[in-house]
Design a protein. Structure first.
Length: 370
């Protein structure tokens, strides 16, 4: 008897528990209050003052720069204002190939902390040779994958479009019956014989990118590209040691035309030189890079410099000084500069062009007899 009563009592209690649980699902029924959770032990949260902060870099920073003098001076001034404990020493050489050679020569005892400017084709091989320090700046996330090396061996911060300039005075007087170049094929017209100055492709990024552009323009038929370069060679009066030097020679009227960078052409034109910019179809771009030399004297300052170069402020300063395109989408173009969508580009495989650079240059030297 007592056993049966106990069973009935149990079933009543079980049914009541189900009913109470169900009231939380029925509109209008108040849920059964949950038991108060056990409180976690109090943990002291450090105040802002207690969080360690990275010390600002100090000391001397050695920079190898392929940028022009004005940009170098303004960049140093702006960087030092943001990092007052750092003194910058710059070795300026507009020929990025010479800076690349210098870094290789000094590999056993690096003298340089940062390599800035010049196309990625000069930075990438140094990284593959183990001469660059991998560093992914916090701002590198704003840079598209096409404009940086994945592990941080180099990061692009500007874009240049390879173009053509001509001296308006001489062209008007001497070549009135010659059409202005709309394609690269127009440059092998015999009317240009001896009138073109071209940046040395062994020393300059632009000179080499132009050769690679022809390879891609001819659907990677290297023989056709070299035949074109051989015909162009017949019209070249001089190979300039740097791209700015070629612009200067055209501005002075010593030559009538030159393949060169659009941003540098626009900068020279704004200074009152009698030159004009043309962008032939099926052209290519450069990715101007910055990298840290492995084993350099001041790694902390080198990282700070890369961080600064990738800021919006540095991008805007570069556009103002040089008319280049920034890799950052929040940096506006310089006035009068065409958007990249307006330029007819060749299908340029940058990694292939970089990996085959030495081989193509030797092939070009054999083709033109240099």
């Amino acid at each position: 008897m007592s056993s049966a009563m106990t069973r009935r009592d149990f079933l009543k209690l079980a049914g009541a528990g189900v009913a109470l649980g169900a009231t939380s699902l029925i509109p209008g029924c108040a849920p059964t209050p949950a038991p108060e959770p056990t409180k976690a032990p109090t943990v002291a949260v450090p105040t802002a003052a207690a969080v360690p902060t990275l010390a600002k870099p100090t000391g001397k920073l050695s920079v190898y720069s392929a940028l022009n003098e004005t940009t170098n001076n303004e960049f140093v001034k702006a960087f030092q204002a943001a990092n007052p404990g750092v003194t910058v020493e710059i070795l300026p050489l507009a020929a990025a190939g010479e800076l690349q050679t210098r870094i290789r020569t000094e590999k056993n005892s690096p003298k340089c902390d940062v390599f800035v400017g010049g196309s990625s084709e000069f930075h990438d091989p140094l990284g593959k040779e183990g001469l660059l320090e991998a560093y992914r700046s916090p701002s590198s996330g704003l840079v598209g994958d096409l404009f940086k090396e994945a592990s941080g061996l180099w990061t692009g911060w500007y874009i240049g479009v390879f173009s053509f300039l001509y001296n308006t005075d001489r062209f008007g007087k001497e070549m009135a019956n010659v059409k202005k170049p709309a394609t690269w094929d127009d440059l092998i017209d015999p009317a240009w014989k001896g009138k073109i100055v071209y940046p040395d492709p062994v020393k300059t990024g632009g000179g080499y990118i132009f050769i690679a552009t022809q390879v891609f323009r001819f659907k990677r038929d290297e023989d056709k590209a070299m035949e074109y370069m051989k015909k162009l060679h017949a019209n070249i009066g001089q190979y300039a040691g740097t791209s700015p030097q070629a612009i200067q020679l055209v501005s002075q009227g010593q030559f009538i035309g030159a393949p060169n960078w659009a941003h540098d052409i626009l900068t020279a034109k704004s200074q009152g030189n009698p030159i004009e910019l043309l962008i032939p179809e099926q052209t290519a771009t450069e990715v101007g890079a910055v990298s840290i030399v492995k084993g350099g004297p001041n790694l902390a300052a080198a990282k700070a410099f890369v961080d600064w170069v990738l800021t919006k402020e540095a991008g805007e300063l570069n556009v103002k000084l040089s008319n280049r395109y920034s890799v950052r989408k929040d940096v506006a173009l310089a006035a009068g500069v065409p958007t990249l969508d307006q330029v007819k580009m060749v299908d340029y495989d940058r990694q292939w062009a970089t990996d085959n650079k030495d081989r193509l240059l030797k092939k070009w030297q054999a083709a033109v007899g240099l």
